[in-house]
Design a protein around this ligand. Structure first.
Ligand SMILES: *Cc1c(COP(=O)(O)O)cnc(C)c1O
Length: 449
């Protein structure tokens, strides 16, 4: 059976973000089951899940409380629609999310992926301005961070920029205003650390001051830009963005799809700088990594602009078939409950420190350019030359070589280019963190010896 599965995988399954020409040689594990923080492939090999199954797993796999939430819900109903109806689990989850979320986010719009949560946020912002001002054509310009990633639909791609992903679609994307990332690993010619950071801060004010009449919203991944390579922003930047956007009455969209649900050490990243966004996008960790579900939360200020006589056409004509899915909502509620019951955020603090300590030995490695970390999100950037920060030739696929070496040692991680990303589940125990770090270090040493 295992060779048949391998064969069908190669012939029929188109993997996301994957160079399929090279897939056959990759011999990637076919994962059949999971238990706790371990994954098991069809040949019975065990791997530690070092990237929380793509940044979404929270408590591990086959968690009794989460399994029970789904099977109990399954005895009632798996799915019905929120279009013209409602369902208890979706109602309760909306209530719970508004209680937890930072600020005055009173209203929840459900969808099923990070990209769709962002897409809803963008359309909400544009329609809000139209209805607030009464104009037929409102504000449509979005401000975004350089190297932002918000998902893969056309709207979310438009507010992101990862050159390699977006090239074929470049002339189909809407215009945005880009502000520079307040990070300092590679500095522009002639600038030092502090002058560059100062430039990044002032660019927020100057870009907005010049264009505020056309700006629909400012969208940001708070504190950490995940897909860009775990870029950790300068402290105070998020707060600064909030102050400037508030001054010009520009809605702030916080895309916490990656950073939300504990990854930076607090439930939501915005909390660390006491920032209250106008729109909050959530996905990934929301169901503990069990089922697809996403949410876009907003304030009454924005929500109320969609009210009025139905004939006025202020309705938000947007939605997805599986919105508020009952099974996904049930497991999400159980996930949130378990985060509280197990004091998972305390564990997160503990393992974040452990991760930091264990990776220290790499600071002296001649090919480690920088180790970036916030909470349990860690990125180790490998470079050809440490002093000049010259990257490796991308054809060498160094990041990929490292994760293959880690896999041989029983750990699954995934690189972003030559940045080795570690993203353990926030409930992972310390000894598994030790294994994750030891194997990663050994894999880097083997690849770059
Ligand atoms: C992963 C991610 C998305 C996209 O989520 P999907 O569920 O893959 O569509 C959006 N924004 C951020 C910040 C992400 O990390």
């Amino acid at each position: 059976m295992s060779s048949t599965l391998r064969d069908w995988d190669n012939r029929h399954l188109w993997h996301p973000f994957t160079a399929m020409s090279a897939w056959v040689e990759e011999n990637a594990p076919i994962i059949e089951s999971g238990r706790g923080f371990d994954l098991f492939d069809i040949e019975g090999r065990r791997y530690l899940d070092g990237i929380s199954s793509l940044w979404c797993n929270v408590h591990g796999h086959c968690v009794p409380e989460l399994d029970a939430a789904i099977s109990d819900q399954l005895k009632k109903i798996a799915h019905t629609t929120l279009l013209g109806g409602s369902t208890p689990t979706a109602i309760e989850l909306a209530h719970e999310l508004t209680n937890m979320a930072p600020g005055k986010l009173e209203h929840v719009f459900f969808s099923d992926a990070g990209a769709t949560a962002v897409e809803a946020a963008l359309k909400m912002a544009v329609q809000y301005h139209v209805q607030k001002s009464g104009a037929t054509q409102g504000k449509t310009l979005f401000v975004r961070m350089d190297e932002a990633y918000h998902g893969d639909t056309f709207g979310s791609v438009s507010v992101g920029r990862v050159e390699a992903f977006h090239k074929p679609f470049a002339n189909m994307l809407f215009d945005t205003l880009t502000v520079p990332c307040p990070v300092t690993f590679r500095l522009p010619e002639g600038l030092d650390r502090s002058s560059w950071i100062e430039h990044c801060f002032t660019a927020v004010e100057s870009s907005i001051a010049e264009n505020h009449e056309r700006i629909a919203a400012f969208i940001i991944e708070p504190l950490v830009q995940g897909a860009a390579g775990i870029l950790v922003h300068e402290p105070g930047y998020l707060k600064h963005v909030r102050e400037v956007t508030a001054k010009y009455e520009i809605p702030l969209i916080a895309d916490e799809v990656a950073v939300g649900f504990g990854k930076t050490g607090t439930m939501f990243a915005c909390e660390q700088e006491q920032v209250e966004p106008d729109i909050l996008c959530l996905a990934k960790g929301i169901t503990g990594g069990y089922l697809p579900l996403a949410a876009t939360l907003t304030t009454s200020e924005i929500y109320n602009s969609f009210l009025g006589n139905p004939r006025e056409g202020k309705t938000f004509y947007h939605g997805h078939t599986y919105t508020g899915n009952a099974l996904a909502s049930a497991v999400s509620l159980a996930n949130l409950k378990l985060i509280q019951a197990n004091s998972v955020l305390n564990n997160t603090q503990k393992i974040s420190t452990r991760l930091h300590e264990r990776l220290q030995v790499l600071n002296d490695h001649p090919h480690v350019g920088e180790i970036r970390q916030k909470g349990i999100m860690a990125g180790i950037e490998l470079v050809q030359d440490r002093d000049s920060r010259t990257p490796f030739d991308s054809h060498r696929r160094i990041g990929h070589q490292v994760i293959l070496a880690a896999r041989k040692r029983g750990v699954i991680i995934r690189p972003l280019g030559d940045v080795i990303v570690l993203m353990p589940a926030i409930a992972m125990p310390e000894d598994s963190i030790d294994e994750l770090c030891e194997v990663t270090i050994a894999a880097i040493q083997e690849t770059l010896s």
